[in-house]
Design a protein around this ligand. Structure first.
Ligand code: FE
Length: 200
């Protein structure tokens, strides 16, 4: 391939995906049909706990994040696993169609899962829009904007006296002298080359 980075020029946004039991931050979201109940596809990494939840649940929601979103939402949903914490404990949500949507957002889409397609690393979940609303008129955050400004959103704090490696994409922290040879970020899936040693 001459330059795979052209794929980064596909415009994507930043969304909080929520479902019963957890959720995560996603960028690969696309509307794939029109009509009263359009279909929307979202890709979720297989290693992500939210993927497991989506296999069991038949409904999920996408909250559209704006540039002024509270960074707490990004770090809670983007850099931690629902295996370890209750993501809804410190985030204000509203129950819509039995799904918790994020209040600090431009608005939400509640989707009924109708299909899913597995590939090696990700599952593409396809949902039918069943409820939606706009909370405020703001510019949605793009994935490009997030990447350029992520230091403002991800304020990573690491434990002192421990060697820490921080994922430069999502802020996940790994503790240990060296990253294992075949290490992949358990949250966003990137390989060890995108981790940086934290300086205290
Ligand atoms: Fe990561």
């Amino acid at each position: 391939m001459k330059n795979k980075k052209i794929t980064r020029k596909i415009s994507q946004g930043v969304y909080a995906l929520t479902t019963n039991g957890g959720g995560c931050i996603v960028d690969a979201v696309s509307q794939i049909s029109t009509g009263n109940n359009p279909l929307i596809a979202v890709s979720v990494m297989k290693d992500n706990y939210t993927n497991e939840l989506l296999k069991k649940n038949n409904k999920f929601a996408l909250s559209v994040l704006d540039r002024n979103v509270d960074p707490k939402i990004i770090t809670t949903f983007g850099t931690k696993s629902s295996r370890d914490i209750d993501k809804y404990e410190n985030v204000e949500t509203e129950d819509i169609e039995e799904i918790k949507v994020i209040k600090d957002s431009i608005g939400y889409m509640v989707l009924e899962k109708i299909d899913s397609i597995d590939n090696d690393t990700h599952t593409l979940f396809i949902g039918k829009l069943v409820e939606a609303d706009i909370y405020k008129e703001e510019k949605p955050m793009t994935y490009e904007y997030y990447q350029e400004n992520k230091d403002d959103y991800i304020k990573v704090t690491t434990e002192k006296n421990k060697t820490a490696w921080v994922c430069t994409i999502c802020g996940y922290v790994y503790y240990g002298e060296e990253l294992p040879e075949d290490f992949k970020c358990p949250i966003c899936g990137v390989d060890r080359s995108l981790f940086k040693k934290a300086d205290h």
